[in-house]
Design a protein around this ligand. Structure first.
Ligand SMILES: [Zn+2]
Length: 239
């Protein structure tokens, strides 16, 4: 890593370095390849730090990160932000609690949306108890204002969203939280994919078992958003 810039605050230097680290992690986990995906963090003053357009996220240095105003205004000079900055701005707009956003192309999860297999299906206990399931937003054309609008409604009630045939969006109160959700999302999709392939389909747990699992949330002190409790993001199409 190159040395920090004297104009950066401690917070800015830390977040720039953390964005590069998360890019390396995503690349090593195979949830982004080539110039896929983008990563952002919101600073305390509202400014947004985001990965630059066309870059390989596994090989960034802190000086390559773009810095935008709180309203997403791009810098007059310096690195240009990702072309998918609209996804991040919609999520920050809708979720004042969110400080970090990851957009990636996790292969099993994307394959599930292409195949039309419902990632909301209640199958794995840990997922049911924590996030509930992973909603899928309808297809939107990348690089156009249509794409961010496809996730606006779901992002209000879920920290993990799939964009059909395209990729994931995960939100967090910090970068590691957003990465943790991406990691869990792809791991879940991989298990469901393996089971689907082995069996030729997936069976949801019976509703009474799902209810028993959801009832453990209070005792376990789990308060995060749960799509099964709220009915967030019903499947867009059949299996
Ligand atoms: Zn993408």
């Amino acid at each position: 890593m190159q040395p920090s810039d004297p104009s950066w605050s401690d917070e800015e230097a830390r977040l720039r370095t953390a964005i590069c680290k998360i890019g390396e992690l995503c690349y090593s986990r195979g949830t982004v390849v080539a110039a896929d995906g983008n990563i952002s963090a919101r600073m305390r003053d509202g400014s947004i730090l985001v990965t630059p357009t066309g870059s390989m996220k596994g090989f960034l240095n802190p000086h390559q990160i773009a810095k935008l105003g709180a309203d997403g205004t791009p810098p007059p000079v310096g690195p240009k932000p990702s072309s998918e900055i609209g996804i991040h701005m919609v999520a920050y707009e809708e979720r004042p609690d969110v400080r970090a956003i990851l957009h990636a192309h996790p292969p099993h999860a994307v394959a599930m949306t292409i195949a039309g297999i419902d990632l909301q299906m209640p199958v794995i206990p840990e997922v049911i108890v924590t996030i509930g399931g992973i909603p899928t937003a309808p297809f939107g054309t990348p690089g156009t204002p249509e794409l961010p609008e496809t996730i606006r409604e779901i992002i209000r009630c879920s920290d993990t969203v799939m964009m059909k045939n395209h990729g994931s969006v995960t939100l967090g109160t910090n970068l590691m939280e957003a990465f943790k959700k991406l990691d869990m999302l792809e791991h879940t999709a991989r298990i469901l994919w393996l089971a689907h392939t082995a069996k030729g389909g997936l069976d949801p747990l019976p509703p009474e078992d799902v209810q028993k699992l959801l009832a453990t949330r209070a005792a376990l002190g789990i308060t995060q958003r749960n799509t099964l409790e709220t009915g967030c993001g019903l499947p867009q199409d059949g299996n």
